[in-house]
Design a protein around this ligand. Structure first.
Ligand SMILES: Nc1ncnc2c1ncn2[C@@H]1O[C@H](COP(=O)(O)OP(=O)(O)OP(=O)(O)O)[C@@H](O)[C@H]1O
Length: 312
């Protein structure tokens, strides 16, 4: 469904009164996303997950590379411009507080239909009421405003707005991170039900390995703007190849785990300094001279790849 080749995004930031420096937030990322799959993207804060997601749905222009949707550049997506939709992290800021939720949810359908055919008010209202019920809310909520809902309900509204155009691919960017555990579980189960019902494909972004493990069939691990490991869920959790993935799995806190086992120390290196070698070398317990001098490429089997000189 989606092929991403050497996708990059650079930003320029001021480093002095007249000095400006460019850095890559996403650097030469490649992946394929097959129809019906839930592909996870995991990595720590600032590694470039949201930047990648925004480029996929056209919210940010790319600096290089290509995004192919069903074999054609995503920009030329004539037959369904709303085939790719996104659900954002924060249901408090992703909904317009001055518009009743029914209008917010119906807006994409209105814009979409305007291009080809007009949608009547009655049909629009019906479509919104149906989708409200679809996401577990009552159709009487149509005229309520975002501040009248809890975080979990708001995220359901955001999901309703994303699926009303019947997209094929949903990009979920930290879509449950702002919710408490019980609402997280409800929204995750809703997303799984909708996936089944509407034959959806997901790119599911999270920094939470437990959430990723619950939702995803395949997983990509991102570090400092690059994909460092890609594997099916079982292989990634049972046999992680990259030292960063190993550290991430070992660092994941869960109830009853002793504190000293949180092994991932230090910070991700500044993206402003693009290095010759491996981006993880500064934190890697098994880094060697070669790691500082030579950048590792993704290698391994067709299914399970990692960017490390010392895998296998
Ligand atoms: N518009 C922008 N201008 C300049 N730098 C940006 C911009 N957007 C993102 N960045 C930088 O790009 C890098 C990646 O940011 P991004 O938001 O994609 O990370 P992330 O992995 O999604 O983090 P989080 O999980 O905290 O949302 C960060 O260093 C961030 O500061």
């Amino acid at each position: 469904m989606l092929t991403v080749n050497k996708l990059s995004k650079s930003f320029g930031i001021r480093t002095g009164i007249s000095a400006k420096q460019d850095f890559f937030a996403v650097h030469e990322v490649n992946f394929h996303l097959k129809k019906g799959v839930c592909l996870g993207l995991v990595g720590e804060s600032g590694c470039g997950k949201s930047t990648l997601a925004k480029m996929l749905v056209g919210l940010l222009p790319k600096s290089g590379g290509e995004i192919l949707y069903k074999g054609r550049p995503v920009e030329e997506n004539f037959y369904n411009p709303y085939a790719l939709q996104m659900i954002f992290q924060d249901p408090f800021s992703s909904l317009n507080p001055r518009i009743c939720v029914g209008k917010s949810i119906g807006e994409p359908l209105k814009i979409n239909k305007n291009k080809a055919q007009k949608i009547s008010r009655k049909a629009l209202r019906e479509a919104v009421e149906n989708i409200l019920e679809e996401v577990g809310l009552e159709k009487e909520y149509y005229f309520r405003y975002p501040h009248e809902f809890s975080g979990g309900q708001r995220q359901r509204i955001a999901i309703a707005r994303a699926i009303i155009t019947k997209p094929e691919l949903l990009v979920c960017d930290e879509s449950v991170s702002a919710l408490d555990a019980s609402h997280q579980a409800q929204v995750l189960n809703l997303l799984l039900d909708l996936k089944e019902k509407y034959d959806l494909t997901y790119l599911f972004i999270s920094h939470n390995l437990q959430v990723i493990s619950f939702m995803c069939d395949e997983i990509m691990v991102m570090y400092a703007g690059e994909i460092v490991e890609q594997a099916p869920r079982k292989a990634l959790f049972e046999n992680p190849l990259h030292p960063y993935t190993k550290a991430l799995i070992a660092s994941a806190p869960y109830v009853g785990k002793p504190r000293q086992e949180l092994v991932l120390q230090g910070e991700m290196p500044s993206l402003l300094q693009r290095r010759l070698g491996c981006a993880f070398a500064s934190r890697c317990p098994s880094a060697q001279k070669r790691c500082l001098e030579e950048k590792p490429c993704l290698s391994g089997s067709a299914d399970h790849k990692a960017a490390c000189h010392f895998i296998g």
